[in-house]
Structures are given as structure tokens and as C-alpha cells.
Design a protein around this ligand. Structure first.
Ligand code: ADP
Ligand code: MG
Length: 249
């Protein structure tokens, strides 16, 4: 059963066509990693999956939500967008925490404001999630006092607090000092082990090979290759992908 189906997604900025018909179907519990050179459209594609960017053409199905773009009648309405975003958690390269709120308040803000959860319930949920990402003792700290790795783990807890069906990660470790990468990857790995459905953009090839059910190579706005990591990463077919992977050796 698919958790997410993106079909023939097109996105242009002005006359710059960034996504030229990208399709991806993600089964429940799958971890799909997207790799590819800078500018190939990976972030734009992720942002289309939770409609931070509106595709101009194509179809998207996530859970019970189904959208068709560029065809009028099934174009999403604002209320539907908000609903969809509740079901799709996103973690960015640069954390995007609320600086004026405690760590716990960062995590509980969504459940309280968007879902109307009672404060006490949200706090209990938030503390559970902070424990899960190894930050039980930081609930009352402010983001400015945390390391990058800790901030990113708060961002993951915050996304999980909305109980998403799918989690999207856009280069979650690219802004981190090397010694902090492992602690964030460990959290993502534990989510994978729990069966969370995830789409992940990363340049951590060893991690991708290890944790992914499939790896997709995006090149110039298309999904150029996709398959099991043993295929895509270990036995790339195209010269483009071979050249891309060679950079990581
Ligand atoms: P990647 O994540 O693979 O590096 P992106 O999806 O960020 O690639 O970007 C793909 C292309 O789309 C780039 O050329 C980028 O400059 C362009 N792009 C992305 N977002 C915007 C935007 N909001 N406005 C104009 N161009 C954009
Ligand atoms: Mg990007």
C-alpha cells in the first residue's frame, strides 16, 4: 500500500523548468533517499510533496488526500493544503526553530495551535518525543543554547509531534559540524526501524545505502535512476550517476 504517490510532477519558476515530470511512489514504511547534484531539483520536489511549492502539473496522493494540478476541479483548496501538511512532516537543513520559544514549546506549538490539543497533553507528548530524540533534559532550554545536532533533533521531534504519515528530510545534516552528523542520523535510523515512511535528501552515501529501501538519482529535473541501494549506489547504470558517485570516494 502506497503512503505517497507523486505522478508526473512539473514545476517551473518563470521559464526555468525545474521539475520535468517527476514520479515517485513510496510504500508504507519505505525509506526513499534522493541523491543528485546541487540544482537538480531535489528540494523543489520535496517541497512539492507537502505543497510548500505548488506543482503546475501532475498528481499527488498522500493518505486519503488526492490532488491534481493544472486541471481546475481537483486543484487543492487552502483548507485541504493545511490538512495535507499536517500529514507530512518536514525537516530542513537549517532547523527553522522558533528562537523565542523553549525547546518544549517548539515541539508543542503545532499540536496546540493547529490541532487544538490540550496544553497538558501536548506537554506530555512533547516530553516523550524529546526523550525519544535524546533531549529529555533540554525541554526548558532555548534553541540558542543548543548545538546544531541538538537543534536538528528538536526539529525532528517537532515534526513528529504532528503525528505525520510521511516524514520529509531535506539535507538534515548538511549544516552540521562533522562530529554532530552521527547523532542526527541515529535518530533518523531509529525512525526507519520503527517503520516511519520517509523521503530523505542527503549526501551521506553510506547512510543512504544502509537505511534506504530505494535510492533515487535526480538529474536535471528528472528521476534519472531509482532502485534498491545495491543497484543505484553500488551498480549505477548511467555515466552521470557514476560521475556523481565518484565525488564521494
Ligand atoms: P537541489 O535541492 O537539488 O539543489 P533545488 O530544487 O533547490 O535543487 O533547485 C533546483 C533549481 O530550481 C535551481 O536552479 C534553483 O535555483 C531553482 N529554484 C528553486 N527554488 C526557486 C524559487 N523559489 N525561485 C526560483 N528558482 C528556484
Ligand atoms: Mg536542495
Amino acid at each position: 500500500m502506497s503512503a505517497l504517490i507523486a505522478d508526473n510532477i512539473h514545476k517551473a519558476f518563470g521559464d526555468h523548468e525545474v521539475l520535468k515530470g517527476v514520479s515517485l511512489s513510496v510504500a508504507r514504511g519505505e525509506v526513499v533517499t534522493l541523491i543528485g547534484a546541487s540544482g537538480s531539483g531535489k528540494s523543489t520536489f520535496l517541497r512539492c510533496l507537502n505543497l510548500l511549492e505548488m506543482p503546475q502539473q501532475g498528481e499527488l496522493a498522500i493518505g486519503l488526500h488526492r490532488f491534481a494540478f493544472g486541471k481546475g476541479p481537483r486543484a487543492p483548496k487552502d483548507a485541504q493544503l493545511a490538512q495535507l501538511r499536517e500529514h507530512v512532516g518536514m525537516v530542513f537543513q537549517h532547523f527553522n526553530l522558533f528562537p523565542h520559544m523553549s525547546v518544549l514549546a517548539n515541539v508543542t506549538e503545532g499540536p496546540v495551535q493547529v490541532k487544538g490539543m490540550a496544553r497538558a497533553d501536548a506537554d506530555a507528548l512533547g516530553r516523550d518525543l524529546l526523550a525519544k530524540v535524546g533531549l529529555a533534559d533540554k525541554a526548558d532550554a532555548f534553541p540558542s543554547r543548543l548545538s546544531g545536532g541538538q537543534k536538528q533533533r528538536v526539529a525532528i521531534a517537532r515534526a513528529l509531534a504532528m503525528k505525520p504519515e510521511v516524514m520529509l528530510f531535506d539535507e538534515p545534516t548538511s549544516a552540521l559540524d562533522p562530529e554532530l552528523v552521527g547523532e542526527v542520523l541515529a535518530v533518523i535510523r531509529s525512525l526507519a526501524a520503527e517503520g516511519m515512511t520517509m523521503v530523505l535528501v542527503t549526501h551521506e552515501m553510506a547512510f543512504a545505502a544502509d537505511v534506504s529501501t530505494r535510492v533515487g538519482f535526480m538529474n536535471d529535473g528528472i528521476m534519472a535512476e531509482i532502485g534498491a541501494p545495491e543497484e543505484t549506489i553500488r551498480q549505477p547504470r548511467s555515466e552521470r550517476l557514476k560521475a556523481f558517485l565518484a565525488r564521494f570516494h
